[in-house]
Write a protein that binds this ligand. Sequence first.
Ligand code: GLU
Length: 424
Amino acid sequence: MTNQLAQPESAYETAQSQLRSVAMMLDLDAGVTELLASPKRELTVRFPVRMDDGTTRVFTGYRVQHNEARGPVKGGLRYSPLVNLDEVRALAMWMTWKCAVVNIPYGGAKGGVTVDPRAISEAELERMTRRYAAEISIIIGPEKDIPAPDVGTDGRIMGWFMDTYSMMHGHSVPGVVTGKPVELGGSFGRIEATGRGVAYITAEACKRQRINLRGATVAVQGFGNVGSVTARLLAQSGAKVVAVSDSRGGIYNPNGLDIEDHYARRKEGGLLGDHPNHGVDHDDITNEDLLTLPVDILIPAALEGQITDQIASRVRCKMVVEAANGPTTAAGDTVLAERGIYVVPDILANAGGVVVSYFEWVQDLQSFFWEEKEVNSRLERIMVNAFNEVASMAEQRIVRLRQGAYIVALKRVVDAMKMRGIYP
Ligand code: GLU
């Protein structure tokens, strides 16, 4: 039953409830579960930035490290007015499972600043980034914790971050962040990696579910870096992308949208709603309408908490592929399960970004760079193997894909914790 008065479920609540349900299934030690249910280390920083008009503004930022049993911690930096400590905790926890599910040697972390990056100037954004980088540098480093882009951040910001850290250390340290421009030691294929990974995983999921991707209808919520690349690659594979949206709202054409055109316009900084043919070859829809369209594949690629129990009861797709982190609440997931809707969980579906971040870090540490073809084919191998491993685990345990992914990930993390033992 939906309680109309209930507070909306927070990302941290979703993450903890996902962990606890699988920990129970695996009969995990209570102490281990308690340790994994909260992050290992949390840093909150408040720092001043000189604004263009000469005033001083104080910003709040975070860096949270969830678990480092399997290696240095890894995860993005988010710039958004919605960033808060609980959200960063959830995102850090999901990074631990994500790295474990695709078996790359990292633990999970996340960071962010509570700011609307579009509401400050480029120079202010640079000064804010540099000061934030300096503030969190006490727990960051290529052998400790390696940030990357996330919502509201990009290669340019990673470049400033890398430069600031390098200035503080007196030499260039490219391996301190990933998602950098290629000119600064970034990897070919990193920008598209998350969307490319989502596309590989969607193709595998379609094979399992006997859905023909060619001609399948797709709705993508979010037309940022992840959503736009996903939509474009799926359209190139012959899928019919009928709806996409950005933060202002969405567009819908049941006969399919011209994704190449929208993709090219986005690269120029255009918003979906500003298209010259706006209202001619598609209808305007809200983000909520998009989630409940009759499509084969629904891809939430925006923010967490979108598919609540109420939305889940109205969703009309065969399959959800979670390209965003935490787009489905725990209550929403229960409803999707009851309704028999196949869900490919975020920690598997969107792991392509951190996989190519791992490749970037390896290339930086070795100062030896790969061609894009090699990056993409290694990415494909890792994503396809991870999907099959998770799907087999889910079949074997007779659970859903999300639980299957959590079981694979938790086993790896818990095994590493056990082998390392407890210090001292
Ligand atoms: N922010 C991305 C994520 O949520 C990438 C993290 C990384 O590359 O370290 O997976």
